[in-house]
Ligand binder design. Structure first.
Ligand SMILES: [Zn+2]
Length: 476
């Protein structure tokens, strides 16, 4: 059974999408430390593949403008952001109390350039949301983003600032409802928590919970009908897909058994709805496969099928002995019986059908480019959907952790959630590494390594973003 998603053309014969791709040539230099599984170098490897497969010339390539303190503080606590800005490997011994308080040190180590790293990856995701809001592209991509575990005042699971929450806040300026879908093997908990009490954001996370080792077939047996139903019921104005690649077969930390094509099928499916789409990275710890996956998924976003045979490039030796884009998934046993998957699917679809359709937001009419007085809006608290994953193969939709409330899908509490602030208009400065048609089609440009983005083609574009009255704040 397929619910939606296939009515619009997608793929090589379908409508071409305008794609913006955010990449900072510095990002691959950040280093979490020896033995740490999170390696920003994988972003540079992905970029090298995109360059040598000739995909960059089909997208607008943008260098993100680093997120500023106040951008990060739209979600994060001021003292946490100040801490991230000031901490260095040299000074951390004097900050033990703060390290503990902000959960920085072990999984989330202090490393050189930590704050710039955060500014870069958050800047890419927020920049993508701005581009989508302005209708300047159909799909925006930031493979350095997707750090879904970061909390308001705490680092978690290799994540320091939550670029996804910041991007959603940006999209909410333009769209009544935003859907967040997470295919990382881990729970997108930071994003879920941030928007737990608003009906304007739905978060759907497919992740490991108990003994669940899906292959492509069993994953999509659930993913497609569920997401199809979510799209039909929630009717989001924009979608963020977190493409964590630790759900791939053979991941250093993960244990799912998805092929790259199976993983990318999620991108293809989301794309087919023709809703503004932000694609982000996330986990992924067998870095050669992460680069393979995100390169292939960039091709999917563009509607271009790329060759399995990999072109020669500076990281070619990582991909031996086959030097192909695709790798065979493992022969691990699929522990999900058809009967259980059927049961899970029908329970989920049943729960989804009980939700309020396309909850509307009680917006005041919002004249553009003028300041509104501060106004509090009462919101209907709509139960957040979480797909908690599998326990003994049973996946359930939870409204919240309380057992009684789990069965009660729609709850009508009111809560004042949004504060519309009259933040003054500001100019947003976007650094663009824009390639002209000539540059991108020349051999010179194709041969350029990822670190050799021609700085002369990088220009500063002053973009009047008119961030006026429609800023939505979750902090008060
Ligand atoms: Zn993960």
């Amino acid at each position: 059974m397929e619910t939606g998603g296939n009515s619009l053309p997608s793929g090589p014969d379908g409508v071409k999408r305008k794609v913006c791709y955010f990449y900072d040539p510095e990002v691959g230099n950040y280093y979490y430390g020896q033995g740490h599984p999170m390696k920003p170098h994988r972003i540079r490897m992905t970029h090298a593949l995109l360059a040598h497969y000739g995909l960059l010339q089909h997208m607008q390539v943008l260098k993100p403008f680093p997120a500023r303190d106040r951008d990060l503080c739209r979600f994060h606590a001021d003292d946490y952001v100040a801490f991230l800005r000031s901490i260095t490997p040299e000074t951390q011994q004097d900050q033990l109390r703060h390290l503990k308080r902000f959960n920085v040190g072990e999984d989330c180590p202090v490393f050189d350039g930590l704050y710039s790293f955060c500014q870069t990856y958050a800047g890419g995701s927020v920049g993508g949301a701005v581009k989508l809001n302005h209708g300047l592209c159909d799909i925006a991509i930031n493979w350095s983003g997707g750090l879904h575990h970061a909390k308001k005042c705490e680092a978690s699971g290799f994540c320091y600032v939550n670029d996804i929450v910041l991007a959603i806040l940006e999209l909410l300026k333009q769209h009544e409802r935003v859907l967040y879908v997470d295919i990382d093997i881990h729970h997108g908990d930071g994003v879920e928590e941030a928007f737990y009490t608003t009906d304007r954001v739905m978060t759907v996370s497919f992740h490991k919970f108990g003994d669940y080792f899906p292959d492509d077939e069993s994953y999509h047996f659930l993913f497609k009908p569920i997401i199809g139903k979510v799209m039909e019921i929630f009717k989001p104005g924009a979608v963020i897909l977190q493409c964590g690649a630790d759900s791939l077969s053979g991941d250093r930390l993960g244990c799912f058994n998805l092929s790259i094509k199976g993983h990318a099928e999620c991108v293809k499916f989301m794309r087919s709805f023709n809703v503004p789409l932000l694609l982000l990275g996330g986990g992924g710890y067998t870095i050669r496969n992460v680069a393979r996956c995100w390169c292939y998924e960039t091709g999917v976003a563009l509607g271009m099928e790329v060759d399995d045979k990999m072109p020669q490039h500076e990281y070619y030796e990582y991909f031996g002995p086959d030097y192909t884009l695709h790798v065979a998934p493992s022969n691990m046993e699929n522990k999900n019986s058809r009967r259980l998957l059927d049961e899970i699917r029908s329970n989920l679809l049943d729960n989804l059908s009980k939700l309020q359709h396309a909850p509307s937001v009680q917006f005041q009419e919002r004249p553009p480019n003028t300041e509104l007085p501060e106004v509090c809006i009462l919101q209907l608290l709509w139960m957040k959907i979480r797909m908690m994953g599998m326990r003994d193969g049973i996946q359930v939709l939870h409204g919240c952790d309380d057992e009684r409330a789990k069965r009660e899908i729609i709850k009508t509490e009111t809560k004042d959630l949004f504060r519309y602030s009259g933040e003054s208009e500001r100019n947003c400065c976007i650094l663009e590494a824009r390639k002209t048609a000539d540059e991108t089609t020349s051999t010179k440009a194709l041969d350029a390594g990822p670190m050799q983005v021609d700085e002369s083609s990088v220009k500063i574009e002053r973009e009047n973003v008119n961030k006026t009255s429609d800023s939505v704040f979750y902090k008060s």
